[in-house]
Design a protein around this ligand. Structure first.
Ligand code: CAO
Length: 415
């Protein structure tokens, strides 16, 4: 079956996580992704956090599946000639070098546009134009500057980083949306364009509800954080702890075995629609006739007591038993699943969200497949390429070089 992006060729000049997460998605949708890597070294993540000596790391293999790899140094004259040819032959170019690096290589946007006016040039940086535009940025810097860290963490503790890579992979996914929109617009205009996405902006986009709350603060305390009603706010959105922060109160509850199992918890949303059933289940039918408890507004300033009572009940069962009991009552809840449990979950294997891939150096490894499912564009996750695995076939077929040219380029350290 033909893939959604079949026929689209991507010049992938990305490294580490943010850019590779973007181009991996495009590859899963069927694009031919050609990853350009530094001769001899490649993407620095190939050797970072290695678990098997001399084999490409999981960091690299899990972000670069379904791509081809070519080694090339565009800072040499022959490298510039080859890159120019590749720009002519591709539809999209993606890069996440530090600010100024692509210009220093001799390929600013104006030059790329001149070489190929249909080129969509997608660029991912830490910050957009402004005082910090020249800064190098990694995941946690973006979480700090995009509003995630100041709103995450224990209620009265220090700011905290999220395990979800919202700065890196989150920005990469935003960039995919921009590239696809630009490809569609090119159908109408025939022109390429520049797509830019900053990590600070993408993180802030994912923290949209927190900027909502910042403005609500002007009209009084945020009632969904009842624990602050007496403690007061300092003028900015507080860290939420485990509060839901939405229209329905929720909290994390301990379950049977929590003393020895770090993941024996379940999140329970005490939604008003299902509150009566929940109250009866935990032996608090009395709340339903009590005006101190029988409306969501009345409960707001005593949610801690409500959650403590629910927790007395959840602690009598395992997290899976709690889930099995609450789901039929339409009480939204979710057990804390460890990575070990997720890796073994049969349903995720069946849908291709967790996939096992064979690799010539590493043997089999698990990766996260495409979470976006298209009914007409199935995804088969293929292993990441070895460094320069496709250099010769790309130079021969796309750049038109013969064996002698390729040999000379190798001798000169161009590839
Ligand atoms: N051949 C020759 N040189 C190459 C090359 C190749 N194939 N690929 C890259 N280089 C060069 C670059 O041109 C650059 O050279 P100069 O600085 O001398 O001009 C040099 O390698 C280093 O590139 P870099 O500055 O992008 O890499 P870094 O390790 O110093 O910084 C990072 C890494 C991620 C902080 C920086 O790239 C960055 O801020 N990127 C944008 C934000 C981003 O994506 N951050 C997320 C990273 S984690 O997902």
């Amino acid at each position: 079956m033909e893939k959604a992006l079949e026929g689209i060729r991507i010049l992938d000049m990305t490294h580490v996580q943010s850019g590779p997460a973007c181009t991996q998605l495009l590859a899963w949708f069927g694009a031919d992704v050609i990853k350009i890597e530094r001769p001899g070294e490649g993407d620095p993540t190939r050797s970072q956090l290695r678990d098997i000596p001399d084999a490409d790391s999981l960091y690299f293999t899990m972000l670069n599946s379904n791509k081809r790899s070519i080694t090339l140094n565009p800072k040499t004259p022959e490298g510039k000639r080859i890159l120019t040819k590749l720009i002519e032959m591709c539809d999209v170019m993606v890069e996440n070098f530090a600010p100024g690096a692509i210009e220093r290589m001799g390929f600013p946007w104006e030059t790329i546009q001149q070489i190929n006016p249909r080129m969509i040039y997608a660029s991912l940086k830490g910050f957009g134009p402004g005082p910090y535009e020249d800064c190098k940025v990694y995941e946690n810097v973006a979480q700090c500057c995009g509003g995630a860290a100041s709103t995450t963490g224990e209620l009265h503790g220090a700011p905290m980083m999220s395990g979800a890579q919202i700065g890196d992979s989150g920005t990469g996914i935003h960039l995919v949306a921009g590239i696809l929109a630009a490809l569609l617009q090119r159908e109408k205009t025939g022109r390429g364009q520049r797509v830019t996405c900053a990590m600070q902006d993408a993180v802030l986009n994912l923290c949209r509800v927190k900027l909502r709350d910042q403005q609500r603060l002007a009209h009084g305390p945020l009632k969904e954080y009842p624990q602050y009603l007496n403690g007061g706010f300092n003028g900015s959105v507080p860290r939420a702890g485990n509060a839901s922060g939405g229209g329905h109160p929720g909290w994390l509850m301990r379950c049977k075995g929590w003393e020895t199992d770090q993941d024996a918890y379940i999140y329970v949303v005490a939604q008003s629609q299902a509150f009566a059933a929940l109250a009866k289940l935990i032996g608090h039918e009395d709340w339903l006739a009590d005006p101190e408890y029988n409306t969501p507004e009345a409960r707001l300033n005593k949610l801690d007591k409500v959650f403590a009572e629910i927790e007395k009940w959840t602690m009598t069962m395992t997290k899976m038993e709690v889930m099995a009991t609450l789901n039929p009552l339409n009480v939204p809840c979710g057990p804390i699943l460890s990575m070990k449990e997720i890796a073994q979950e049969p349903a995720l294997r069946k849908t291709g969200t967790v996939v096992e891939v064979a690799h010539p150096e590493r043997g089999k490894y698990l990766t996260v497949g495409n979470p976006i499912k298209l009914s007409d564009s199935p995804v088969e996750v293929r292993r990441s390429p070895l460094l320069g695995e496709h250099t010769e076939e790309i130079l021969r077929n796309l750049v038109g070089m013969n064996e002698n040219d390729i040999h000379a380029a190798r001798q000169q350290g161009v590839i």
